[in-house]
Structures are given as structure tokens and as C-alpha cells.
Design a protein around this ligand. Sequence first.
Ligand code: FAD
Length: 438
Amino acid sequence: MTAAVASYWEDTAALDESGARPLDGDRQVEVAVIGGGYTGLTAALRLAGVHGVDVAVLEANRIGWGASGRNSGFALTSVGKVGLDERIRKWGLEAARASVRLGVDAVETVRELIRSEAIECDAQPEGALTVAHRDERVAELKDRVRTYREGLGYDGVDFLSREQLERDGYLRGPAAGGAIRFRTGFGLHPLKYARGLAKATTRRGVAQFDRTPVVSWQRDGSTHVLATPGGTVRARKVVMATNGYTPEHLHPYFRGRVLPAASNIVVTRPLTAAEWQEVGMATTQVYSDTRRLLFYWRRLPDDRLLFGGRSGVFNTPPALARRRKWLEAAIADKWPVLTGIGSEWFWHGNVGLSYDLIPHMNTVEGDPTIAYAMAYLGSGVALSSHCGGLAADLVMGKAVPRDTPVTSTEIPRFPLPALRKAYLAGAYLAYGIEDRWR
Ligand SMILES: Cc1cc2nc3c(=O)[nH]c(=O)nc-3n(C[C@H](O)[C@H](O)[C@H](O)COP(=O)(O)OP(=O)(O)OC[C@H]3O[C@@H](n4cnc5c(N)ncnc54)[C@H](O)[C@@H]3O)c2cc1C
């Protein structure tokens, strides 16, 4: 069990006003939610606010301690890592279209939660860019825009040429050859958003227990019995909301289905106006690039640069120090004017990967009293906020749209789950080589 994670977000967020406290004694509720991130909090909010049931959130650490309090705050329309053409080929046109709608609906859910719950989380103007990291990738971005528009009937995307990127204050530099701009998608303060959700959940009368890890999960007839160090929670239903921190031992269904992978972030000192001019970003819209192991970045409202990327299989202090240096070097590589800028914060957190490269929201096979939503593949700010509510509906027996594999199929188990770390190391190696040459 760990306290707050040192990060820029932790240093700039308002206090947790959820009233969360460790469980002390036994409780009986209709639904227990395991995990106090966006998935768990939005599930609890829907369960109490719409279904009117008695709910307890059980969080091993602090509310928002997982990826929800540490991410880069991009609320995006992305849904997993299966490309558009492959979605059409494998799932059919209707499901591929529905997957694009799902992503747009997810961002709409975030916007609506911020509005209806009056969450102050520094929501920035709309716009999310995917930038070609090499000129050779520009044609592929143009094709992707065409597929969105002509194949999938979605016109919320524009192609921006190098000239447009420079002229309109989006980006400059050697790695700014062209981009897709998604009109839907925006940056927010992830921990303020998590704490805002927690406060809203408390207003609906939900009991939130932090520093309360569920250490065992038994059945007593139709009742789930969740043991924690401070007491036991008996619940008729459970929502599993643990994503990249999913324990392997707690329930046999969840063994071997999620591959946790580290994503890493640095935040620099505030850049000067002249430096931002050189970088070419006059906007606080959010960016990532076309690498397989993509870099992501944004100009924060206080003019610092946040820059992140996925790497690392082991979190030893020397490995973490290397990852920090690697991100600082990548900044200099993209914008030579920032060579030597260093960083004032560095932290990392777990994203959850699935074997079939898509997120999953469903009930456990053969047991409709357990719902789960997880494996957002590094793009879960919006999707977890949306899927938490869907998992709540599902566990309460309400029909949810089943028009994409995200909600119509179960999360598959990895073949040879014990080798997941080895897969990851292998993939990093292969993708790293590919990113250098393609
Ligand atoms: C560095 C980083 C950057 C990212 N950037 C972005 C981004 O910009 N945009 C985007 O869309 N996505 C991003 N993501 C992914 C996104 O943050 C996640 O998909 C999302 O927060 C998942 O929310 P969650 O509630 O499902 O999981 P989490 O927020 O990870 O919460 C899971 C919780 O479960 C708890 N838990 C685990 N086991 C137990 C137990 N036994 N008992 C009780 N509690 C337990 C954990 O303590 C944890 O708090 C990023 C992730 C990271 C790590």
C-alpha cells in the first residue's frame, strides 16, 4: 500500500474532499466497487445516482492513486490499438463505425460529467493531434483521414500539413511534417478530475474506503465476501475496476488477462515565450506522434511542457533514472532549442494492455453479478469514464450497446500469461527498432 505518488498533478491539485477513510468494521452493500480510479468512481456514481443502490468503493491506496491520478490528462476518442482498416476487415463496417462513435461518446461523457458535477479540472480547448514523427508517415495520416471520412462516415478529423502546423501555431521542428487533428478531445488536470468525481460520488451517498485493499474474495451462497485488513464487505454484486493494477490472485477469472505496462512522464520548468515560439505551440491542445511506442506531450496552462512515453519493464531506481533521461533526450530530439532543459518532475504509472489490443467492458462468463471494465491500452481517460457507467448498468441488469467487440466480447486470457513481461520486453525491442526506421 502506498501513499500519494509525487507528481506535478499531486503538487497542483486541490485536496481530496471525498471523505474517504479506511474501512473499519464489516459492511453489507448491494454493490462493491474494487478500485477508486475513473472506472470505479464513474461506476459508483451511476450505481448510486441512477440505479439508487447502496455502494461501497474499496481502494487499496488513495482515491485516484492509480493511472487516473498520474496520466497526462488527454481525454481522447481513441479506442484501443486496432487500426481502422483492420477494424473494418475483422469486425465489419458497422462495428468499426460504432467503435468510432464509442470514442466520441466517451469524450462527451467526460464533458458532461465535468459540467453536471461542476468539476474544476482545468479543461482546455478542444483539439488532439497525431503528428507524423517522420515525413514518410505523412501519407499514412492522409489515408487515415480519408478512411475516417469516406469509410466510416466520421468527419471530425482534419489533415494539417507542415505549413498549416507552423502557420496556425500548432507545431514546428524536424518532427512536424504533418498531422491529423481530431476536433473532439481535450486536456484536463487528471487528479483534479478524479477528485472531482470522488466528491460527486460522495454527494450521492457512496461510502469510499481508501487504504483498503481487497485481499481475498470468497462466495457465501449468492453473496460476494470481500476481505480487507479493516473488515469484510458483503455484496450482492461487484464491479472490478482495477485496470493496470489488477491483482492476479483475487479472482480466478482475472488471472492472466491484463498486461500492466509502464508509461512515464516528465514535466519541465515553464518555457519562455521565445522557447514556445521555437517549439511552435501556441495552444494547449494535446499531442502524440505516430511511433508504435508513441510520445505524447502538451503545453500546460502554466507554460510548462509535459512529455511522456511508454517504456520499461522493471521499475528499479537505475531503470527509472534511465527512463527520465530518455524522455529528456527525446524532447531535445524533437525540439533542439530545448536541449539540456531537464525536468522538474518525473513519475510513471501502469496502463493496462489486453491480448486483442482493445478495451473490454463485460460481465464475467457465467456470473452476471460481476462486471468489469479495463485494458484501455493507455487511452482510458475518456473511455474509463464512459465504461464505468456501462459496467454499472450491466451489473444492474440494464441493457448496454453491444455493437463493438469492446462491449460484446470478453477480455481474452494471454496465452502463457507467465510470459507477459517477456512479450512486453520483446515488443518494446521490436517497436523501438521499427520506430527508428519507419
Ligand atoms: C503515465 C500515464 C499516462 C497516461 N495518459 C493518458 C492520457 O493522456 N489519456 C488517456 O486517455 N489515458 C491515459 N492513460 C491511461 C489512463 O490513465 C487509464 O486508462 C485510466 O486512468 C484507467 O482508470 P481506471 O480507473 O480503470 O484504473 P486506475 O486509475 O489505474 O485505478 C485502478 C485502482 O485499482 C486499485 N486496486 C488495485 N487492486 C486493488 C485491490 N485489491 N483492492 C482495492 N483496490 C485495488 C489501485 O490502487 C488503483 O487505484 C495514462 C496512463 C498512465 C499511467
